[in-house]
Design a protein around this ligand. Structure first.
Ligand code: ADP
Ligand code: MG
Length: 358
């Protein structure tokens, strides 16, 4: 008991001591590096640990991949416009996207929830309807989890297990100079959708009787509320007989993901602004909100597209494919990561992605 009281006062004092480092000074990625740098891997079966979209375990002949994500009410989602069914669906997508980002197939998930007594049985059932639909659509089995009460709000944690043959697994670290940088689908949509939803929430607060007409924003809202992981792209790469040299999913924004590939692969990148795929609806929303659509693609995040590099010899196989766009190429590491604008100016890419602690 004495120890507990002592520990409590120490914590209080630490919080007051201004010489301590604030988490917002570090940012999410530096914090992860800092906390985990002293951990090595003891077990032979831990083939690859921290630092990629998923870890790789090697127990038998076939590797297993594992990844986990946490979603917190008020941080990652707002239940005033996020239906619980969509939240359940999205929680699964966010996770399985990390397995696809390793060119692998998700197979099992565990789901842990903490719910306050603000939620009814029917509400939690709705959440699980979304999880169930995602499991069916992506052929993933729910195999366990944990359930707890929370003092306030909803917390959701999903872990996913996947598999692939060893030759097929793609990490972040294999890009070579002159490889082509490719992205699936289009970018900036989830961020544009968030702007629309936040605006409608503000309007609703002032006048709860208004019914918003969201028909012009359907695609962007779907990108925010019900994203799909790119299973189709992994299947396409398999059909085309392409194994990317490096890959990551776009969860934090294109800038942040390019910098991750660059750091892991020790190459620079040239990214051509005019090549970044942006849906016409998203361009219109950006105009309406006076946002730069390139900025939405670079820093918006939550698009869950796949960003990867391929050897130039594979270019003919993907050329003009509607799902894939070549947006740049890898170059010498010393050149860094540069955005080449329409006018030919070079701007160094910096990550302004998800800053959890600011
Ligand atoms: P992603 O955006 O693909 O979900 P993250 O940026 O969350 O990836 O994580 C990057 C890497 O750091 C991953 O390998 C992840 O498992 C690891 N990681 C994240 N948070 C922690 C933590 N608190 N402790 C240990 N490893 C972590
Ligand atoms: Mg990822």
């Amino acid at each position: 008991m004495t120890f507990l009281i002592y520990a409590y006062f120490c914590n209080m004092l630490e919080n007051k001591n201004s010489s301590k480092t604030s988490l917002s000074d570090l940012g999410e990625f530096a914090l992860i590096d800092h906390l985990t740098k002293k951990f090595g891997l003891e077990n032979k079966s831990s083939h690859m640990g921290i630092g990629d979209d998923a870890a790789i375990l090697q127990h038998g002949n076939k590797p297993t991949l594992i990844s986990t994500d946490l979603l917190i009410e008020g941080v990652h989602f707002d239940l005033s416009y996020m239906p619980l069914k969509h939240l359940g669906y999205k929680a699964v997508m966010v996770n399985i996207s990390d397995i696809y980002a390793m060119n692998s197939i998700p197979q099992q998930i565990t789901v842990s929830i903490a719910v306050s007594n603000r939620f009814t049985l029917e509400a939690v059932e709705e959440l699980y309807q979304g999880i169930n639909l995602a499991c069916k659509n992506y052929k993933v089995d729910l195999i366990g989890g944990d359930t707890s009460s929370s003092t306030k709000g909803l917390i959701l944690s999903v872990s996913v297990l996947g598999c692939a043959s060893e030759k097929k697994i793609v990490k972040r670290d294999g890009a070579k100079e002159n490889d082509l940088l490719v992205v699936s689908g289009d970018l900036g949509g989830a961020y544009a959708g968030l702007q629309v939803l936040e605006r409608e929430k503000a309007v609703f607060k002032v006048n709860p009787n208004t019914q918003p007409d969201l028909s012009n924003y359907a695609y962007s809202i779907e990108r925010q509320l019900k994203p799909e992981a790119r299973k189709d792209v992994i299947e396409l790469l398999d059909e085309l007989n392409i194994v990317p040299t490096s890959m990551i999913d776009v969860s934090d924004g294109l800038s942040s993901e390019i910098l991750h590939l660059s750091k892991a692969s020790k190459v620079g990148f040239h990214l051509f602004e005019e090549k970044i795929p942006i849906d016409p609806e998203i361009s219109l929303i950006c105009q309406e909100f006076k946002l730069n659509s390139t900025t939405a693609a670079l820093n918006g995040g939550e698009d869950y597209e796949l960003l990867f590099t391929i050897d130039q010899k594979d270019f003919d196989k993907i050329k003009n494919h509607p799902l894939l766009t070549v947006i740049g190429h890898a170059c010498d590491n010393k050149a860094g990561c540069q955005l080449i604008t329409g006018l030919g100016h070079q701007i160094e890419i910096s990550a302004q992605g998800w800053q959890s602690f600011s």
